[in-house]
Design a protein around this ligand. Structure first.
Ligand SMILES: Nc1ncnc2c1ncn2[C@@H]1O[C@H](COP(=O)(O)OP(=O)(O)OP(=O)(O)O)[C@@H](O)[C@H]1O
Length: 261
């Protein structure tokens, strides 16, 4: 499924948070959103996973306006791993993952054998099978993040929206989760702070600054020392990863420009 965002604008509290934003995620590709703190990444993603209605513009799934679909239809298509998750009740990890199946059933349907197999499979894929019967509330930050990733995958979405999915994960689990997401072949829009992970994971990258796209292209086209200096205020060298061929940044120092706004 192709995801397109056209002329997206979001205003809140008298401020424009995102303006004139266009991006395209071709079917089966992984597209990254990067940008400094407060540049509008989460705001954009919230519009795509349908918790924030844009002030203008549209989010299109294979050309169909997301906001015209029923909530259930959009949940069947789009799964999200976000910073907004709140699991406050005492569910087990397996129960949290099973919630990912709910868009595919009606309220009184019980879990089928197929649901249970999907849930057990995704828990194994994220390396969290051993946590299935643990209370979600007792899990560490990284364990929770893997269970929530499993919930998103259990939804069997056509589009994945991931806001900092590597938050809390140790380096091995960061690499494993991003490799798993690539393997699923699901159309993915992912916000990442780590530019080197973005470079190895994404087919294309959009760079946001102050709510606007300031650059887009392949990681090689986008992640240049000039862009990193201009947008992030950091002097960096770019080298090529000896295995993957992806550009990788070696940071030297922050530039002294005052970027407080
Ligand atoms: N409901 C709101 N009301 C007012 N301002 C908001 C609201 N939501 C977000 N903002 C502001 O919009 C800007 C963009 O926020 P957003 O969370 O999209 O940035 P981000 O790029 O995801 O940042 P970070 O890297 O820090 O997570 C920020 O300045 C934020 O303070």
């Amino acid at each position: 499924m192709e995801l397109r965002v056209e002329n997206l604008a979001v205003s809140a509290a008298g401020r424009t948070l995102v303006a004139g934003l266009r991006l395209a995620v071709p079917s089966g590709t992984v597209v990254g959103l990067v940008g400094p703190n407060g540049s509008g990444k989460s705001t954009t993603l919230r519009c795509v996973y349908r918790v924030l209605r844009p002030s203008a513009g549209s989010v299109l799934l294979d050309g169909a306006d997301l906001w015209r679909l029923s909530a259930k239809d959009s949940a069947r298509s789009v799964a999200a791993l976000t910073q907004d998750h709140h699991v406050e009740f005492d569910f087990t990890a397996a129960e949290v993952v099973a919630m990912g199946r709910s868009p595919h059933k009606s309220m009184l349907d019980r879990d089928t054998e197929a649901d249970r197999e999907i849930c057990a499979g995704v828990l194994r894929q994220v390396g969290a099978a051993h946590l299935a019967e643990r209370s979600f509330l007792t899990l560490s930050g990284g364990e929770r993040q893997r269970v929530l990733a499993a919930r998103a995958l259990a939804q069997r979405p056509k589009v994945l929206v991931l806001d900092e999915p590597t938050n809390h994960l140790d380096i091995r689990h960061q690499l494993e989760l991003l490799a798993l997401i690539r393997e699923t072949g699901v159309t993915t829009l992912v916000a990442l702070h780590d530019l080197n992970l973005a470079a190895t994971t994404c087919d294309r990258i959009y760079v946001l600054d102050e709510g606007r796209v300031v650059a887009s292209g392949t990681p090689h086209e986008v992640l240049t020392p000039e862009l990193v200096a201009e947008v992030f205020g950091v002097h960096a060298h770019v080298v090529t990863h000896p295995d993957s061929g992806a550009p990788q940044l070696i940071y030297a120092h922050a530039l002294t420009t005052d970027r407080t706004r």
